[in-house]
Design a binder for this molecule. Structure first.
Ligand SMILES: [Cu+2]
Length: 461
């Protein structure tokens, strides 16, 4: 705190000498967000019209129109982000949150971004995916001087092509991105665009991951592979807002990845097409149906679908470790290990030892385990049928008939029509002692039906 005050005090003294009072007075007031909830879409109060996005557990930065230029003010600063209820992480971000606010502009807009550095070290902002003058690209040392603590730099360029982009520092990147410095940038098309459809709902979020020891509050910034906090926009299930859609609506979901690994993003009950990347819209002739798309590091994928199946559909990263809450990855596999009589003996050596994982780990969703301060359970979330046993990069896509256009509230659990839910077999139980039907050729000792002919050259399977 003292360090920050020192820097801002020193900075204003220096700045006052270097910049005219008129320019200082012209700095737009920064807007700060104190909530990690999903903000309502920001309808543009001026400038070219567009359909705003909804940033999951995020918000859009308001701007000031100044003689036809859209002026934004980003403040790089230390923040505390509530990643899950009661689980707080010390991060670096922008304007009170991490990720920073989404910036929404329209193709052709002249944009001026003031970046004030309230971090204890230098930073810059790189505008990932944008066409812009070289000196505005934000790579510290290469395109511009690093922004020292306490200083404000100005970036200015035209938003030349529509699409979904990101922003992040290009100054001590390893530390600053591990601490959460990132944000989304949406350039909406001006007027109709042949490759960009009108959609009823347009969602956006970043994938982010952190290494936070249970009980700690600050990410381990040198970690390269063993992350334990997997998030959509720095929120972990069940704290991630569900995506809602009216039955039959066309929905766009924009996903950017600034973690250290790839994430296959998967939706249930629907197919989608990738309609754009950070390189721009994908030509219609180059699209194909998918239910999972891999979002690699430093990539953005924009998917679109018709929400024509009512229900609560899972929407998640398909790496199953990424749909877990805080966990250690050095847990031994105990499946099949009979250690019932051993617990007492082991507890004499390790008093906190508990029997776990003998029959799989699904029971952990119900287990009331003592947790260290400031963490959250590995498997959590309650659904209408019991524990959901998930965490991390998981939420739901809720499709409902008759949802009002501007209604983004959680509609609650889907009521399945009678007779459409998987049910328990009520007939005669399987007799465990009865002989099983065996397919010819697969009984132990039977000759393999796939045995390669001698000399065929095929490797044996
Ligand atoms: Cu993942």
């Amino acid at each position: 705190m003292q360090r920050r005050q020192f820097f801002s005090g020193a900075a204003s003294a220096v700045a006052a000498a270097a910049v005219s009072p008129v320019a200082m007075a012209a700095l737009p007031e920064p807007v700060i967000q104190t909530s990690a909830d999903t903000a309502a879409p920001l309808a543009p109060p001026n400038g070219r019209p567009y359909q705003p996005v909804v940033t999951l557990n995020g918000w859009t930065l308001p701007w000031r129109m100044n003689a036809g230029v859209k002026e934004f003010h980003l403040v790089a600063e230390a923040v505390v982000r509530e990643v899950a209820p009661g689980f707080f992480v010390n991060m670096w971000g922008y304007n009170g949150q991490s990720p920073g606010p989404t910036i929404e502009v329209v193709e052709g807009d002249r944009v001026r971004i003031f970046v004030t550095n309230r971090l204890p070290e230098a930073t810059t902002v790189h505008w990932h995916g944008q066409r812009l003058p070289n000196g505005m690209d934000g790579v510290g040392g290469l395109n511009q001087p690093h922004i020292p603590p306490g200083k404000t730099f100005v970036y200015e360029f035209d938003a030349r092509r529509p699409g979904t982009f990101m922003y992040h520092p290009h100054s001590d990147e390893m530390v600053q991105m591990a601490m959460g410095m990132m944000g989304l940038w949406i350039t909406h098309p001006k007027g109709r665009h042949p490759q960009i459809a009108d959609v009823a709902r347009d969602y956006a979020f970043l994938l982010s991951a952190y290494a936070v020891e249970p009980g700690a509050m600050t990410p381990r910034v040198a970690e390269m592979t063993d992350f334990n906090i997997w998030t959509f926009n720095s929120r972990a299930f069940p704290a991630i807002t569900p995506l809602v859609a009216g039955l039959g609506e066309r929905v766009r979901i924009r996903v950017g990845n600034l973690t250290m690994t790839n994430h296959p993003i998967h939706i249930h009950g629907h197919e989608f097409e990738v309609t754009g990347t950070d390189g721009g819209p994908v030509p219609r002739s180059a699209r194909w149906p998918e239910v999972t798309t891999d979002v690699a590091v430093g990539q953005m994928r924009q998917i679109e679908l018709i929400a024509d199946e009512p229900g609560d559909w899972a929407f998640h990263c398909h790496k199953s470790h990424h749909t877990m809450g805080a966990m250690g990855h050095d847990v031994p596999t105990m499946i099949g290990v009979e250690h019932q009589g051993l617990v007492g003996k082991i507890q004499k050596i390790v008093p906190d030892y508990m029997l776990m994982g003998e029959r799989g780990m699904g029971d952990m969703g119900a287990m009331q385990m003592p947790l260290p301060d400031n963490t959250f359970p590995m498997m959590t979330g309650k659904g209408p049928f019991g524990n959901i046993e998930m965490g991390g990069m998981f939420t739901s896509f809720k499709v409902r008939k008759g949802l009002a256009a501007q209604d983004y509230r959680d509609p609650g659990w889907y009521a399945q029509p009678p007779g459409t839910v998987a049910y328990e077999w009520q007939g005669a139980p399987l007799d465990a002692q009865a002989p099983r039907q065996t397919l010819p050729g697969t009984a132990p000792g039977a000759p393999s039906v796939h045995k390669p002919a001698a000399g065929s050259g095929h490797a044996n399977h």
